[in-house]
Design a protein around this ligand. Structure first.
Ligand code: CP
Length: 314
């Protein structure tokens, strides 16, 4: 989609989910509280409401869980056709498209290639806009579901040591998780793990420093595996090409390595995963492996809770 000339006027009073640093703590607490009971619950709390999924890049989990969330709460969903089949092919502007979508729907959920797309849409939209992943920048609802999962499983979001492993530079999931924790749960320690070429970008490292979060970086998982409460694996983000990565040694959580984890520790991954690279099938059966269980289920519960918080009258 062609992003041009966002209208400078701010939208009417409303809450969007664009950047984890802009989320209100009360909003997060309310989302977590709602998510505890929502799970696979079906009710009519969002009857009469509808969601529009706007995607210019691929998604399985985020799109499907948002659609399942609103459907299971009695609402409906639609998707903006891809550019070839929408009036974008006839030259309709980004501004007009967002106004159309916001006229027909109560919430717009955007998966974009361009980092500025969701925030530009929020400036134009008369209804809440949710950033469902904007290029390599952020994925706020992933960070919320990840933090919720950690809280559910470990009972706290304080005093933890969390290893973020792999492509931290281009991975919006680890970036968002680090920023969310730094803003709202700074009393934790993070360690970045992987080749130096993929270490966390300076904007995140500076923010962690500003928020006084302990952060260090190591090249090998074996250096920290026995000390961490959470090992958060990530995929090499080939869809955001970068030179100078040929031949870099990408960390893999082998069964042998995973067995060195503490019993209470969590193995997480936002998925999709490369099963021949960072996350072999052989570790799926470990009690610590929650990426296909609690973490995946939390996606539905937390997105239901977000929709309720944004759409229900208080
Ligand atoms: N974790 C995640 O965002 O998955 P999808 O890209 O499949 O939505």
């Amino acid at each position: 989609m062609n992003i041009m000339q966002p209208v400078p006027k701010a939208a009417a009073k409303q809450q969007h989910v664009i950047d984890v640093r802009d989320l209100d703590k009360k909003f997060i607490d309310a989302v977590f509280s709602r998510a505890e009971t929502l799970g696979h619950m079906r009710n009519d709390s969002l009857k009469g409401k509808s969601l529009c999924w706007v995607a210019e890049s691929a998604s399985t989990r985020t799109g499907m869980s948002f659609k399942a969330a609103i459907t299971q709460l009695g609402g409906a969903h639609d998707s903006l056709p891809d550019p070839e089949h929408s009036s974008e092919s006839k030259g309709e502007s980004f501004e007009d498209t967002i106004r159309v979508v916001g006229t027909y729907h109560d919430v717009i959920v955007i998966r974009s290639k361009d980092a500025a797309f969701p925030s530009n849409a929020a400036k134009l939209s008369s209804v809440p806009v949710i950033n469902a992943g904007n290029g390599p920048d952020q994925h706020p609802t992933q960070a919320l579901l990840d933090a919720f999962t950690v809280k559910q499983k470990l009972g706290t979001l304080e005093g933890l040591k969390i290893a973020l492993v792999g492509d931290l530079s281009r991975g919006r999931a680890p970036r968002s998780l680090a920023l969310l924790f730094a803003k709202h749960y700074p009393n934790n320690e993070f360690v970045g793990v992987g080749p130096e070429e993929l270490w966390m970008d300076t904007d995140v490292v500076e923010y962690l420093k500003e928020q006084k979060v302990r952060y260090s970086e190591v090249k090998r998982l074996t250096d920290v595996i026995g000390e961490v409460d959470v090992v958060y694996m990530t995929r090499l983000q080939k869809e955001h090409p970068r030179k100078g990565l040929f031949g870099v040694e990408y960390p893999q959580l082998t069964l042998e390595l995973a067995k060195k984890l503490d019993r209470h520790a969590l193995i997480m991954h936002p998925l999709p995963a490369n099963r021949e690279r960072e996350l072999p099938y052989s570790i799926d059966g470990l009690p610590q492996a929650i990426y296909l269980k609690d973490q995946l289920r939390a996606g539905l519960a937390v997105r239901k809770a977000i929709l309720q918080e944004l759409l229900l009258d208080k």
